[in-house]
Structure formats: structure tokens, C-alpha cells
Design a protein around this ligand. Sequence first.
Ligand code: UDP
Length: 442
Amino acid sequence: MRKPGDLPGPLGKSSRFRRSWRWRRFWQPIAILLAELLPRLFDLILALVLLFLLAPFMAIRAVLARWRTGQVIMVSDRVGRLRSPFKLLSFADNALGRRLPVLFNIFAGNMAFAGPRPLTPEEARALRPEDSIRFCIRPGLFSPHTVRHKTGIAYDDEGELDREFYYGESTRGNAGLVARGTISSLLAGGGLREMPEQFSLLGVRIINTTMSEAIDWIIHRCRGTTSNLAAFVNPDCLNVAYKNSVYHDVLTNAACVWPDGIGINVGCRMLGLSLRENVNGTDMFPRLCERAARENISLYLLGARPDIARLAAENMRFKFPELRIAGYRDGYFSQEDEAQVIHDINQSGADVLLVAFGAPKQEVWLAGRQHELKPRVLIGVGGLFDFYSGRIPRAPVWMREIGLEWTWRLMQEPGRMWRRYVIGNPLFLFRVYRQKLAEHSA
Ligand code: UDP
């Protein structure tokens, strides 16, 4: 792994032998050469093999592009390693496999399979000085940011991800990135799709937004005078709402419904729509805490087993010392205690109330008490306190990057989750398919 100031490849690693005189005089130049040549050789061979294997398909694609647009290849200006300009190749039309000619860029050495996203000249000019480390290596067909972008979880700063990639680059890491990039590209699909501001899935209106816009919305509503109910929906929630009219009505009347998880992404794709980002509670929570700490917004955490909300609150306060947690309590209270619970929440002066009873219980509970609750923003957040208290570990990032977080949850609690995922996921896709047919015939 590189450290700031290290040279690329094996030179970045230090050991007594390598620092010795013999190392510096004899092995160091060879190591530099190998560090440069081996990844390049690997890219060259892989590009050649793929070009050879895909030649028949690429020939058909070339004919198709020519037939559709009168032109085979489209070139666009990009800035490569050491800020050298190059022409990025793609097929001129938008059908499947549009980006395949990039294999020629890799073969020619303008690009690698894994690396930071190739920037346009305008983007390169506007780059912050601290991000220019990305020009020390070849731009890649798959970058950490593009891989996350495809599954809708590219919430973090691209420059930071590129720096992490540069300092942590390894052959194994690159192979993993290429594998995850291939899977996430297949999930995201090619071509340009419509990106509406909102869309309807199984009769529920969902806002097509980004994580940072959703957090802006919460902060903005905290400063208002009315109470706002917001919900996250995943395929399981939509399956429940399909049958449960009370929950369906709550979602219909909510101020905001956000798209949670890869299933919604796939559903959108089936309808020919493009989802801007996967706005789920688990990824939102630490970002909301960070922003709330900066904006002096206070949170109340209600739900989960005894002590879980307290642990989640303490962990967040440890991470963001300025964060104001107005209060917390578990989600297992009796009907008789409810009035006291509501009284405590209102007395706490919280701006945002996060309720973790699981869907649809939390949304239905919130909607029924909305007129009594004083916090300006009320959000149902599912099992997220369990993750942030440390009770249940969250899926590793590589699984989330390829849209497999649900399999992780299935493995953790198969008894409770199998119906939700094994039956629920295909059922959801079937219902979306029926919606598509109905929309086409309308
Ligand atoms: N829960 C609760 N009170 C209840 C029922 C459930 O506080 O009466 C909590 C439970 O402990 C868990 C969360 O609600 O922390 C539900 O988690 P689940 O994984 O079902 O939520 P999801 O994110 O899948 O909607």
C-alpha cells in the first residue's frame, strides 16, 4: 500500500533489505521498471484477449452504429496520465456495448482497466490541487466512484476516493474493482434513460433525488413550522403497501418518499427510468448526523431493543462531538406508556425524530401521532440503530457496490428475511413488469 510521498508500486514498500546499498544500486531500477511494466503488460494482454473474443460482437455493433447514426466511432477529448490529452473512443449510438471501443484506448496505453475516471479538459482545469494526484496514474475504465455511481451509492467525494485508490492500489484491489465494475455495469445497464423528478412504483410516488439533496430537504424542513413525515421504501415496503391500504395511504400522504436499495434501481430500469441515487436510511444516518451537528439540529432516536438506540446515539456523538441528541428510547413500550413517550419526545425539543420499529409499523405509528408530535421532521428508519450500535454488522462495501447488501442481511437472519427476499424480490419484479405492461397498453 502506498503512503503519501511514496513512489508507485513496490518502491512504496520499505524494508531493511530494500534500503540497503545493493537494493538501491541494482534492484531499485529493476523494481521501478517492473512496477511500471507489469500492470501495463497485464492491461495490454487482457485488452488484446477481450478484443479478440469480442471481435464478432464489435463488428456487428460497428455495422449497427453506422446504420443508426451514419458513423461508427465517436471520439471525445479526455485528459490522461500526466495531464496528456487523448481521444476516448465509443460507438456512435447508444445501444448495448457502447463503451467497448475503450479497449483500444487501453491497448494504446491511454487508459487502464482500473483507475480514476478519465476527466474532460474542463473537469481537469477545474480540479482542486489536492486531487491532482490522480494524474500520476492512467485513468481507468472502472474507477471506485463510477462503480458506486452505477449502483447509486456514490455519496462520497470523488477526489477522496481517487486518493484512496492511488495510495491503496494493488493488483488484487484492481482485479476486485474490475470485477465489481463489470457486475455494477450489468446491473445499471447501458443507454440513456429518462430521469424524472419523481416516479411511481406499484402506485407509490417516489422522489428521484440524491442523498445530499434529501439531507438538505430535512434541514430546510426543520426550520419550517409544519410537521413532515418522510419514509424510505425498498421492494419489501412496496410489496407490503401493495396489499396494506393503510400503509399505502400513509406513503401517499407522506411529504417525501425516498428510494431505498438496489431493487428500486432495477425496478426503475425495467420501466426505462434512471434512478439518481439510492437514498437509504443506513447511508443517510451518519451523513445526517454530521450535517445536523454543523447546523445545530437535534435528533431523537426512538426504537430497537433496549440500549440499542442509546449505543447508536453514543457512537454518533463520539464521531460528531457537536451533535445534539435530544433523547433516545427503545421501541418496546406498552400502549399505556405511549403518552409518556410522546411527552418525552416533545419535551426534548428535538427537530428530527427517527423511529426504528420496522416498516410499516413505524410509518403507520408516526402518521397516527403526527398531530401530537412536535419535531418538524419524522422519519421511519427501519433497523438502522442495530447497525450503528454495533449489534448487527453491516454488509462490506464491496457487497454494497454490487447491490448485494440484501444477501448479507439474508445470511444474517435467514429465518426472518427469507420471505422478504427470496419470495419478495421476484414478486416485486413481477409486479413492476405488470405495471410496465399496463403503462404500455394505456
Ligand atoms: N422494533 C421495535 N419495536 C417493535 C418492533 C420492532 O423497536 O415493536 C425494532 C427492531 O428491534 C429492529 C427494527 O425495529 O431494530 C426493525 O428492523 P428491521 O430490520 O425489520 O427493519 P427494516 O430496516 O428491514 O425495515
